[in-house]
Design a binder for this molecule. Structure first.
Ligand code: F6R
Length: 235
């Protein structure tokens, strides 16, 4: 694993965007695996700047997001599709047909999971996967468990995750209880992984993930086995 210490959130966001920018410049048809949550917002702002100043061209880039809540429509402000449009896609020259987020409102959620798996394969896999990390070590919505979920699957969210995400909703009851998430195998197959962690409250879990035992109880610990994983942190 490569570790990069950032001086601040702004520094972390710039450094992460620089790595993603290099990927896009060197491989204009890259498949980017993207994350939501508060950590990548600054990274996306820097990518938008890169587009605006003429350094980045997203016209041939394809994207695939990690996860989506079940039951929130794409125009719900807390859906991850809305988040991606709002923070990134609306501001760059990406072809919207080349952007992919699981459909959390699909009638048959299992069917949607297999569609998503096939989609990842049909794109030829993920070139660069951006990840955040939850306080319990989750990556995407792969929550601590007794085994690693391999493929895209429906997740029943842990109480701690519901509580952490409640800050984005009016009341905790509005937080969806289920989500669709890419699995650990799909993430680990990405050719490069970039994990970003910001804030002193993430320090313990990052340390545990990168130096502790590899266990599904700390899903991010599996990243120790990835051949090209970079962690950028700012505490
Ligand atoms: C979101 C995702 C989650 C977040 C994690 C950290 O797509 O996959 O695993 O990365 O919950 O969220 P923040 O960045 O809000 O601390």
């Amino acid at each position: 694993m490569n570790f990069i210490e950032a001086k601040s959130y702004a520094d972390l966001s710039r450094k992460a965007a620089n790595i993603i920018s290099a990927q896009i410049i060197l491989e204009p048809e890259s498949v980017l695996g993207l994350a939501t949550g508060s950590t990548p917002i600054g990274t996306y702002q820097n990518l938008v700047k890169g587009y605006q100043n003429g350094d980045l061209d997203f016209s041939r880039v394809r994207t695939i997001n990690l996860d989506e809540y079940c039951g929130l429509s794409t125009d719900h402000e807390q859906s991850y599709r809305y988040f991606m449009n709002h923070h990134l896609f609306n501001h760059i020259n990406i072809d919207r047909n080349n952007t992919n987020v699981p459909n959390g409102c699909a009638e048959d959620l299992q069917e949607e999971c297999s569609r998503y798996e096939k989609l990842i394969a049909s794109l030829g896999g993920i070139d660069l996967q951006l990840l955040g990390i939850g306080h319990n070590g989750h990556i995407a919505f792969n929550e601590p468990n007794s085994y690693f979920e391999k493929d895209t699957h429906v997740v029943k969210l842990k109480e701690s995750t519901i509580q952490a995400n409640a800050r984005f909703f009016n009341t905790i009851d509005e937080v969806p209880k289920k989500a669709i998430s890419m699995g650990i195998q799909s993430i680990m197959r990405a050719r490069k992984i970039l994990l970003i962690a910001n804030g002193s409250d993430k320090k313990d879990i990052v340390m545990k993930s990168v130096y502790g035992p590899i266990t599904p109880e700390v899903p991010a610990s599996i990243l120790q086995l990835h051949p090209d994983c970079t962690v950028i942190y700012s505490y």
